[in-house]
Design a protein around this ligand. Structure first.
Ligand code: ADP
Ligand code: MG
Length: 150
């Protein structure tokens, strides 16, 4: 099962993520995949807006994990730097925690990801456009996708 959305600019990507945020609950995990510049951090900014986070969200590449306070906590991870590393940063604590976790480059820690999560693939389409593909794993995320996309 998968769902597609075409975003024509960064604002549309943020708006789509903001809508997704309104369906999220503590313990939810979103895996973001896509090349550098695909829009993973832009998507996370929209999600943060939906969680009423007022702080500017930027890429946590060098810190790996950043935490923001909103209607619920947002744990924003960028695990790009962990490539070829088996560093264990206690990810489960975040995944099972009281907030929403967003992981950029999630496949790099695939052995540590929970079995149920929502994977979002961002790919360049035309200039400024992005293809956003949602691939839910688990019943909750399947239902969530159906609701968002209808
Ligand atoms: P990543 O985190 O995947 O490396 P970023 O979100 O940091 O990517 O950067 C994406 C860049 O592409 C931003 O400068 C953003 O403004 C731009 N952009 C252009 N069109 C889009 C779009 N449709 N969706 C998301 N970002 C877009
Ligand atoms: Mg990024």
């Amino acid at each position: 099962m998968e769902f597609q959305y075409i975003s024509n600019n960064a604002d549309q990507t943020k708006a789509f993520a903001k809508k997704l945020a309104s369906y999220l609950q503590p313990g939810d995990v979103i895996a973001l995949e896509g090349d550098l510049g695909a829009g993973k951090t832009t998507f996370t900014k929209g999600l943060a807006e939906g969680l009423e986070i007022t702080k500017n969200v930027n890429s946590p590449t060098f810190t790996i994990i950043k935490e923001y306070k909103g209607t619920m906590p947002l744990f924003h991870m960028d695990v790009y730097r962990l490539e070829n590393s088996d560093e264990d940063l206690g990810f489960e604590e975040y995944f099972e925690g009281l907030g929403v976790t967003v992981v950029e480059w999630a496949h790099l820690i695939k052995d540590q990801l929970p079995p149920e999560l929502l994977t979002i693939y961002l790919t360049h389409s035309n200039e400024g456009a992005r293809n956003i593909k949602l691939v839910p794993a688990g019943k909750r995320y399947e239902e969530l996708c159906k609701e968002i996309m209808q």
